[in-house]
Design a protein around this ligand. Structure first.
Ligand SMILES: *Cc1c(COP(=O)(O)O)cnc(C)c1O
Length: 276
């Protein structure tokens, strides 16, 4: 997330970015330069849910006087509290779980009173990110059912994962709280929950099979975004040209599924039919 911000917009202001594989704390240590001012995190991140050790990164950053920012949209504050782990600023796409009904675009930034006051009085008031009263009201409504929605989605997600894992057309499922997840222990350590978003690789010999799977789904619609009432799916190969598809490349057979508020049986039935 934010590639355009880091690669195009910030360079105009003389700000450069170094990307690291955040699964290893040593990569952060090696990447810190004398002029490093911010470490920007997203954990778990989109598609493969790679996790950064928030406590370790926060410690490293504090020692070097670097500000840490964490995109916490996957977990919401219900399942992960970056600030309690030492991170300076935590942000959420409120468009996702907090709004919860795919009818509002908004974001939330949290941090110390001192930092928030500084940001509020300068950037917030001056570059047009103010929220309209109606959208703010939608977010308050969403917040009131957030814990219950996440609980329901968690239950359904596990049922969907169990179904996918036993299906012969599914090669592998990626989900931070799945025992086989490469960073399962760290996920369990810093997150109190995971729900809704998961990825899986289907067995397919060509792009037509991927397309046919996605288009055969009757209830799960193809779209980006997530966090609302409806389940959504997006194939990773939607981001490449048809002729670039290579079945040997696992990523080209990757699907990201968001489990919404529907009943598990309804979703599993849909996936079952489409997988054939
Ligand atoms: C969707 C998303 C965003 C962008 O949020 P919008 O509210 O849609 O602008 C940022 N970070 C993550 C992790 C997201 O999934």
């Amino acid at each position: 997330m934010g590639k355009k911000m880091f690669n195009v917009i910030l360079p105009r202001f003389g700000v450069t970015t170094t990307y690291v594989d955040g699964t290893d704390i040593e990569n952060f240590e090696r990447a810190v330069l004398p002029n490093t001012t911010v470490i920007y995190l997203e954990t778990p991140n989109s598609w493969d849910y790679a996790i950064q050790d928030l406590k370790a990164v926060a410690e490293l950053a504090k020692a070097e006087n670097i500000i840490t920012i964490c995109d916490n949209s996957f977990c919401t504050p219900i399942y992960q509290r970056p600030i309690e782990l030492g991170i300076d600023l935590s942000l959420q796409s409120a468009t996702k779980y907090i709004g919860g009904h795919s009818d509002v675009v908004a974001g939330v930034l949290s941090g110390s009173k001192q930092m928030m006051t500084k940001i509020f009085n300068s950037e917030y008031l001056n570059i047009g990110s103010g929220i309209s009263p109606f959208n703010a009201w939608l977010l308050i409504r969403g917040l009131r059912t957030l814990p219950m929605r996440l609980e329901h989605i968690t239950k359904t997600t596990w049922k969907v994962i169990e179904f996918l894992k036993q299906h012969p057309k599914v090669e592998e499922v990626l989900f931070p709280f799945d025992e086989n997840f490469p960073q399962y222990d760290l996920a369990k350590q810093q997150m109190s929950g995971a729900c809704g978003l998961l990825s899986f690789y289907i067995k397919a010999n060509n792009i037509d099979e991927v397309e046919s799977f996605c288009e055969s789904l009757q209830h799960i619609m193809m779209a980006v975004s997530w966090g609302g009432h409806e389940s959504l799916i997006i194939p990773k190969c939607a981001g490449i040209k048809r002729e670039q598809f290579n079945a040997a490349n696992k990523d080209h057979r990757m699907m990201r599924l968001y489990v919404g508020l529907e009943e598990a049986e309804y979703l599993i039935g849909d996936l079952d039919k489409a997988l054939g």
